[in-house]
Structure formats: C-alpha cells, structure tokens
Design a protein around this ligand. Structure first.
Ligand code: GUN
Ligand code: ZN
Length: 432
C-alpha cells in the first residue's frame, strides 16, 4: 500500500552540536510511504516533478503542522503506569513504598495484557513511537508488552527485570529463573517483527553478584541484545550499592566486572559519576540516559549532558515513567532544558528535537530504521501543532523562525500538541 503524508517536514541528518548542516525542512513537504516504509522525503512539488507521486495515491495533508520522525523514549517502566505522581519520597523509599508493591500486581492473570494496551496508547498519544521499557520481574509482563507492540507493528526494546534480593518476595526471581525467563523471552521475541530484547538487571542493589554473572552470560550469548540498568541516580543508592559490592572500584565497575558494558548498554540516570566512571563509559561506548522529570521529581540530581558529551559519552533522553512525571518527550525536553540551564548549558531547540528522535536512535544503534525520515526508515512519525493551546497560539504570533516554533513546542507543548502519530505508516489517532 502506498500513501503520501504531506505537511511542513523537518528531518535531521546530523547532531546540531557537531555541525550547522544538521537538518532539512520543507514548508510544503511530503513523505512517500510504501507498506509502512519511507520511500522518499522532500519538497512536494519536487517529488511530483520527479514522477514519484502516483496518480490517485491516498494523501493526508497535515499543513500547517510539522512532521518529524516519531519520538523515541530510551528509558521507561511499563509496570509503573499507576505509580506516576506518588508523593514524598526519594528513590529507595519510593521503590519500597510505591513501586515494588505496584509491580507485584503484574503477577496477576490478565493485569499485564490490560496494562500493555493502555501503555502503548499513552505512548502514541504523546507522539512516542519506540520505547525502551523495563517490565516487571514476571515473564508474562514482557510477553504482554511484546505481544501488544507486535500487533501494532510498533518497535519496542524491552526486557523483564532480573532482581533477586532487597525487595519483597513477590517481585523477586533467582539467578537461574531470571536467566531462564530472559532466555525464553529472547528466543520468542528478539527479532520477531520489530521487537528487540534488552537484558535487564534492575540495578546492583536488587541483583546479587550471582545474578549479575548470569546477566553477563546472557549478554555474551546474545551480543545483539541491548542491556539496560540504572547507575548513580541518588546518593543513598550509591552508598548502599558500594556497601553491597565492597570490592568494586566504583558503581560502574560492578557492571563492568560482570561483562555488562558496551555500545548496547543503556545506563539510566548516570548522574553522580566519578571521572574514572565517565572515562570508562566513553572507552566502552556505554550510553548514559538523561531522565529529567524523574531526576527533579525524586530529587536525584542534575545530569551533566555537556560534560558527558565532552568526554565522548553518547547520551539518550527519556521519561522514566513512573519516577518521571510525563509521557511527553516535549515535557521531558522542557525539564531537560531547565536542568541544563542550572549548569550553564542552554539546550538549543534543534539539538533538543534531534535528541528525542535521531539522537535517541543513535544511542540505540537503530538509526538506520528509526529516528529519521530517510528512505528505508520505517514511517514512524509525529505531527506537531505549535498552536495547540490558546497560550501557544498567542505566543506563536511572535515566532519568526523554525527554531522559535520548536522551542515553543518544547517548553509549552505536551500531548495536546500531538496532532497525529504514525506507526509503520498507520495513523494512531482518529483523523481530526
Ligand atoms: N532504580 C532501580 N529501579 C528503579 C526504578 O524503577 N525507577 C528509578 N527511577 N530508578 C530505579
Ligand atoms: Zn528507571
């Protein structure tokens, strides 16, 4: 099936931090899609002149809205949909008081499938077309998420958390059970359609050395799987972690000594890092993931995006629902802007939108399929309306450049600014 999606189109091909030649945009742009894959992107009249637009093709015109590659969320917790906005605690108490009891519910028959549909609906309502998700400890939570995403042809990177200590028994596995369940999930889902597996030891506090060994073994046996965990989010977490691993040089060294670092590893938070840890992350190609709304909500600290970039570490940006407070990557970029302002780093809107799209795809090593509008990429798209609310419409009266429009979307936007989301060429919202 061929279709033409028309609008004001913005596509990144390089990181604005590296070069001024980083994007192309077309006021009357068009994206030609064949069976869910982008086959051409450019100026509508130009594509027409080149004879690329077949007569009678199905067309949707989103002008004056902006079309970009769909947002990618590189760190989110699927079983925490009903944890968001839980009052008063910092990380360790928040996990014990709210999060572990909620994740325990995923043992119940029928709960995970019901939540998986709701979760994916929330993502696409906010313009997110790919997420990297932690599931609960229960194999069926990951099963449910993969099955729901596969049915929508939506690219997910996900894994069941491995955790065998320091949490209630209902959310614990054992090193062997964690290994067996993860392996069964990899065999069933990794590479099935658009699904990919992330080996997911939750963090060093909830994994014994024996379990991290098993996670490392899985990683060695499945080198094309991602690995995701948490690193240096909060001071009390770091102190407790180091007391559990007294021989480790530092927090990162725990994961390193179990074979868990590399370009496919995503280290959520990565806030309170020592110079040695930053150098080792750069050396191994391990990725940091910035979770702005969560870092503020849980009072965790300020992520040093500029420092990490200068050291050669690639970072993703993410919501971290339910420590995070919004599914919106626009709201996430807004809070990210403020955190970086506190450190004298002003995130430019072009860099911000690059980060939430192609930048996050690069962090995942998936930039050949998602994050851009280049031919060959999947037609995962977000359509943004910078006049979505009265306040935005008024502010837009003063906007003169694309960068200003993007910044208004970044600072004032949320799901109301998402006019449409396409997953593999399929519109996810009823047409307006
Ligand atoms: N560290 C270990 N588990 C979690 C979690 O669920 N959320 C956050 N923010 N940090 C964690
Ligand atoms: Zn997390």
């Amino acid at each position: 099936m061929q279709q033409l999606i028309r609008g004001r189109v913005l596509d990144f091909h390089a990181d604005p931090h590296d070069t001024d030649d980083n994007h192309r945009s077309w006021e009357d742009g068009a994206i030609l899609v064949t069976d869910g894959v982008i086959t051409a992107t450019g100026d509508h009249a130009e594509l027409s002149r080149r004879g690329l637009i077949p007569a009678g093709i199905a067309q949707t015109d989103h002008r004056p809205h902006l079309i970009l590659a769909g947002f990618i969320d590189t760190h989110i917790h699927f079983p925490q949909v009903q944890v968001v906005a839980s009052w008063g605690a910092q990380l360790l108490d928040w996990l014990n008081d709210y999060t572990f009891p909620e994740e325990a519910r995923f043992a119940r028959q029928g709960h995970a499938p019901a939540m998986a549909g709701a979760f994916l609906d929330l993502l696409t309502a906010h313009g997110t077309t790919t997420a990297v998700a932690f599931c609960s400890v229960h194999r069926q939570s990951a099963e449910a998420l993969f099955a729901a995403a596969h049915a929508r042809d939506m690219a997910m990177v996900a894994g069941k958390v491995m955790m065998d200590r320091n949490a209630p028994p209902e959310v614990l596995d054992t090193p062997q059970q964690g290994y067996d369940d993860s392996r069964a999930l990899i065999e069933a889902w990794h590479g099935t359609g658009r699904q990919r597996y992330a080996i997911t030891p939750r963090f060093a506090i909830t994994s014994s050395p024996e379990q991290l060994d098993m996670a490392g073994q899985l990683a060695a046996e499945h080198p094309d799987c991602h690995i995701q965990t948490h690193l240096s989010e909060n001071r009390a977490e770091i102190d407790f972690t180091l007391s559990l691993y007294p021989k480790a040089r530092d927090y990162l060294d725990i994961y390193d000594s179990h074979g868990l670092l590399g370009p496919r590893t995503l280290l959520g938070h990565s806030i309170h890092l020592k110079p040695r840890e930053i150098a080792r992350m750069a050396e191994t190609g391990s990725r940091a993931v910035f979770c702005p709304t969560s870092n503020l909500f849980l009072g965790s600290g300020l992520f040093d995006a500029g420092g990490l970039r200068a050291a050669g570490v690639t970072s993703g940006i993410a919501t971290d629902i339910g420590g995070g407070t919004s599914y919106s990557m626009l709201a996430t970029l807004a809070e990210g802007y403020k955190i970086l302002q506190l450190q004298g780093q002003s995130l430019h809107p072009l860099a911000a939108f690059h980060w939430a799209t192609r930048g996050n795809a690069l962090a995942l090593g998936m930039e050949d399929r998602i994050g851009t509008l280049a031919p060959g990429s999947m037609a995962d798209l977000v359509v943004l309306d910078a006049r979505a609310t009265p306040a935005m419409a008024l502010r837009m009266e003063r906007a003169q450049t694309l960068a200003e429009e993007l910044f208004i979307l970044q600072i004032m936007g949320d799901d109301r600014a998402v006019a449409q989301t396409y997953v593999a060429g399929r519109a996810q919202k009823p047409a307006a």
